[in-house]
Every structure is written in C-alpha cells, then in structure tokens.
Design a protein around this ligand. Structure first.
Ligand SMILES: [Zn+2]
Length: 140
C-alpha cells in the first residue's frame, strides 16, 4: 500500500526521476515466480507481486545473478560445495537398515541434482555416498 501511495504522489511531480529510480529498482528484483510479472516490490523480507498477490522470500544472493542455482538449507542459508551440515530430521536410508539420525554431521557436501528431488551428495560416516535433500539439513 505504501508503494502505491508513493507512486501516485511522486509520478506527476518528478516523472523523470521516478522512472529512473523505479526502473532501476525493478531490474534488481526477480520476476514473480507465479505469473512472471516484473512489477514486484519488496515488503520487509518478502517480495510481493501486485498482479496476482503472490508473496515470497527475497533471495539474498541477487547480486550474483545466479539465484536459479542457489540451494538453501532448512533455515534458508545458502549452501556451497564443501560445506559441513547437520541433519535435522531422522531419515531412512534406502538399501540400508540404518537410519540417518538427527544431529549427524555431514562434511564436504556437494551440490548436485539427484534423483527424487535430492540436491546434495555427500559421504556419510557409516553409510558411504548418499543423496540428501537440502531441506533436511542445517549449515554449521
Ligand atoms: Zn504474480
């Protein structure tokens, strides 16, 4: 709402400045993932789409221009190759009678697209190489 008021007030008074400022802001923000609208605007830590009302978390890595490749842990921290993580959810491991337990430390992870939505690969003590999901781990 604040944005709309700002536009309606500022537009007739400083059209050139507004276009410059606002145009720059638009290109820095990602399009709406729901309807691809480009007129998204930030609201706190969220991005909001004025077209369809979709709200989502703004990614912190915008400046790199690689937001599509970013894999995040369960708390939204960006993961990188070589990171150490802990498992935050008990998980049955296919082909093993053991369960991957909460708190298990996994070192030297590798980000890679795996089968079934798995996006991290790592060697885990007692299991060997495993495909894991970034949503069940926390960066340490
Ligand atoms: Zn939208």
């Amino acid at each position: 709402m604040a944005m709309v008021m700002y536009l309606s007030v500022a537009l007739p008074t400083f059209p050139d400045q507004w276009i410059e400022t606002y145009g720059g802001a638009v290109s820095d923000l990602p399009n709406c993932p729901s309807c691809s609208c480009v007129n998204t605007y930030p609201m706190g830590t969220l991005l909001v789409c004025p077209e369809c009302g979709h709200e989502w978390m703004a990614s912190e890595g915008d400046a790199t221009g690689e937001e599509g490749d970013v894999i995040r842990d369960a708390h939204g921290q960006v993961l990188s190759d070589g990171d150490t993580v802990t498992i935050i959810k008990d998980m049955k491991v296919k082909g093993s009678s053991n369960t991957l337990k909460v708190g298990t430390k996994v070192r030297n992870i590798r980000l890679t697209p795996g089968p079934g939505g798995h996006d991290v690969e790592a060697k885990v003590d007692g299991f060997g190489p495993l495909y894991l999901k970034s949503s069940i781990m926390k960066k340490v």
